[in-house]
Design a protein around this ligand. Structure first.
Ligand code: ATP
Ligand code: MG
Length: 251
């Protein structure tokens, strides 16, 4: 039996004539951080939607902890232990920080008192203790993104799928996000991060999977991927290749 916590096996998703995911396969072991990268429209968010069963894949299989989940529904997936965030922040704007986290905590703590206690613990992990009663709208974008991750964490996931949590953040906030991801891993969570922010993902990912036009074009360590000609051509662009070339020459 495989010891992989999550296996994506030849997953295909079509929208009419467009194949957004074409036979995508990769797997991950518990405690890994996987970066999922690729140009706009490559199919990264679609793959998250398939894994979390917001969409059901048209082909292939998704296996979580040895159990096939391909055709389940989002709530069952969340209950089983896969949590995901959305590319566009989805905080509940009229609720305060604590209530936002409680939405997640209710999944495994049906009693309000328990959900609140759990949410206060989660708020502490995510450094929201002094902001519990602020409305989500009064937070910065960076804080709102962190709040969304906190709400997902409060559902008690084993695997978290984070879609562009570092987009639009400044260097300082990116550093904080990186620290947060590493803390989540220390707490036993396996993570897949969709990112365009290379300085955020490259230093912490065990492996990078690269999509382009719905297909997986590369998989490897961050080093292998940044030196892969196909990836440079499809994603990093010629400018990046030129910079690399110059750097190589200087060394
Ligand atoms: N619900 C949908 N209906 C029709 N087409 C869709 C749908 N969702 C995504 N697509 C299309 O599938 C392709 C992959 O989109 P997806 O959002 O997965 O890309 P992405 O890699 O997440 O891109 P980005 O980096 O811009 O977020 C795109 O061509 C997109 O227009
Ligand atoms: Mg996307």
């Amino acid at each position: 039996m495989s010891s992989d916590i999550l296996v994506v096996d030849n997953v295909t998703k079509r929208f009419g004539g467009l194949t957004a995911n074409a036979d995508i396969s990769f797997s991950m072991k518990e405690g890994e951080i996987i970066g999922l990268i690729g140009p706009n429209g490559a199919g990264k968010s679609t793959l998250f939607n398939c894994i979390s069963c917001f969409y059901n894949a048209d082909g292939g299989r998704i296996v979580f902890k040895g159990q096939e989940i391909t055709r389940k529904d989002p709530e069952s997936i969340c209950r089983m232990g896969i949590g995901r965030t959305f590319q566009i922040v989805r905080t509940f704007k009229d609720m305060n920080v604590l209530e936002n986290i409680m939405i997640g905590a209710f999944l495994r703590n049906p009693k309000r008192k328990d959900a609140q206690a759990r949410s206060e613990e989660v708020a502490n992990v995510f450094r929201f203790t002094d902001k519990l009663y602020l409305k989500a709208t009064s937070l910065t974008i960076s804080e709102q993104k962190r709040l969304e991750v906190a709400r997902v964490f409060a559902t008690g996931p084993k695997v978290m799928l984070l879609d562009e949590m570092m987009a639009g953040l400044n260097i300082h906030e990116i550093k904080e996000s990186v620290e947060l991801v590493l803390r989540l891993r220390e707490m036993g969570i396996t993570l897949v991060l969709v990112e365009h922010v290379m300085e955020g993902i490259m230093p912490i990912a065990n492996r990078i999977v690269v999509l382009d036009y719905g297909e997986k074009i590369a998989e490897g360590t961050p080093d292998e991927v940044v030196n892969n000609e196909k990836v440079i051509e499809a994603y990093f662009g010629k400018k990046y290749a030129k910079r690399r070339e110059n750097k190589t020459r200087i060394q």
